[in-house]
Write a protein that binds this ligand. Structure first.
Ligand code: ADP
Length: 398
């Protein structure tokens, strides 16, 4: 079965065409600057990237260009659209309505729309992608895979905030968590790869990218995670602050004469590693600056590693133990220094890191020593493959 995986943002769209039998990526790419001018990146398996600048006033033109590229006579990955058997969409927020992926129907779309308030930038963009695909490929089954779904198993003690309960009852203010597709994929793979007992396992997944979150997964079910009502909570991130004292917002608003939207913009776009270092939100730039003696950059990296260790320590307590700690996403997969520094706080758990293994890249690898009491591993995430697998399972009725 060929599955087209679509991740639709407000002005961009990422896609992959995956053969679900071989799990091979037949073609992939992205559309950027939708509604501004338009740029399509297309790459067929084994071929160079092709870049086409073309007007994309809306997502409809963008998706049409993707479909044209996929079926192009010379460089297409398939001969015709009849070879697309199903479409899997990433949807950011499923609120409390979706604890797992779901076939897209009119009722399902209406339920997603009810969650739009919770993710006003993302959900409407995801829904546009769904509607355009329905229009351009009528009859092809579509599935929605939610960033929040995996975390729906959290108990009330993990998802309730210490606020008036009415905010939860009336407005559904609670912890939802994000990156769920990644946490689910990586925690399952960890159980398999490390030979843990699926019925009795305690895994902590550290998804460290531009956006970062950590989750505690017991027997395959999420019991806690660092992101909250929105992806702003938890760890320090590329440009997001992560946890702060909420009173800072009023204090700074008064000092800087800012309103709430301006403060939110600072917390989401101008804080985090970028804000603290004044150098960059990108870990590679930050480490280069830190190595060159920039103290602000050094502190930013130190804050990240320290916070990782504190959340991991908290989740060890939450699960009363841990079998494996797994690193994934851009920083988690590539940055041996961050992994080693974060783990250096965890000696009390009997963790020791094997420097040679910690230097490896691009594969599932155990980076703890053979005598380490807790296994530490790197497992590259693959959200597109996870979306493809869920899509196949649902459309084939498994
Ligand atoms: P997103 O959340 O946008 O999907 P990614 O998972 O791609 O982000 O992660 C991006 C982060 O990964 C950036 O901070 C980037 O600097 C970092 N990163 C990528 N490659 C490396 C590397 N070789 N060493 C250190 N950090 C890296």
């Amino acid at each position: 079965m060929n599955v087209l995986v679509i991740n639709c943002g407000s002005s961009s769209l990422k896609y992959q065409l995956i053969n679900s039998d071989s799990e091979e990526v037949l073609a992939k790419g992205l559309c950027e600057r939708i509604g501004i001018d338009g740029r399509l990146v297309y790459q067929k398996e084994g071929c160079d990237k092709e870049i086409t600048e073309a007007p994309m006033p809306t997502h409809k033109e963008a998706i049409q260009m993707v479909l044209d590229a996929l079926t192009n006579d010379k460089t297409g990955a398939i001969k015709s659209l009849s070879e697309v058997d199903a479409i899997g969409h990433r949807i950011v927020h499923g609120g409390e309505k979706f604890a797992k992926s779901a076939i897209i129907t009119d009722e399902m779309i209406a339920a997603v729309e009810e969650c739009n308030d919770l993710a006003p930038l993302h959900n409407p963009a995801n829904l546009i992608g769904i509607r355009v695909c329905q229009e351009l490929m009528p009859g092809v089954p579509q599935v929605g895979v939610f960033d929040t779904a995996f975390h729906q198993t959290m108990p009330p003690k993990a998802y309730l905030y210490g606020l008036p309960l009415d905010y939860y009852k009336k407005y559904k203010v609670r912890r939802y968590g994000f990156h769920g597709t990644s946490h689910s994929y990586v925690s399952k793979r960890a159980v398999e790869f490390l030979g843990l007992n699926p019925e009795d396992s305690k895994v902590i997944v550290c998804h460290l990218g531009n956006g970062s979150s950590i989750s505690a997964v017991r027997n395959g079910k999420c019991v806690d995670t660092t992101m909250g009502l929105t992806p702003l909570e938890g760890l320090i991130m590329g440009t997001r602050s992560g946890n702060i004292d909420p009173a800072i917002m009023e204090y700074v608003a008064k000092k800087e004469n800012m309103d709430l939207p301006a403060i939110m913009n600072v917390l989401n776009k101008k804080s985090g590693l970028q804000g603290l270092s004044g150098v960059s939100s990108d870990m590679r730039d930050l480490e280069a600056a830190a190595d060159g003696g920039n103290e602000d950059a050094q502190h930013a990296v130190e804050v990240l590693c320290y916070e990782i260790a504190k959340f991991v320590g908290g989740y060890v307590a939450a699960m009363n133990g841990v079998d494996a700690i797994v690193f994934t996403a851009g920083i988690g997969e590539n940055d041996g220094r961050v992994r080693k520094t974060a783990c250096s706080y965890l000696g009390y758990l009997g963790i020791t890191i094997d420097d040679e293994a910690n230097g490896k890249r691009g594969e599932d690898v155990v980076i703890s020593t053979a005598d380490s009491k807790v296994k530490v591993a790197v497992i590259p995430t693959n959200e597109e493959l996870a979306i493809c697998r869920d899509t196949v399972a649902l459309v084939s009725g498994k």
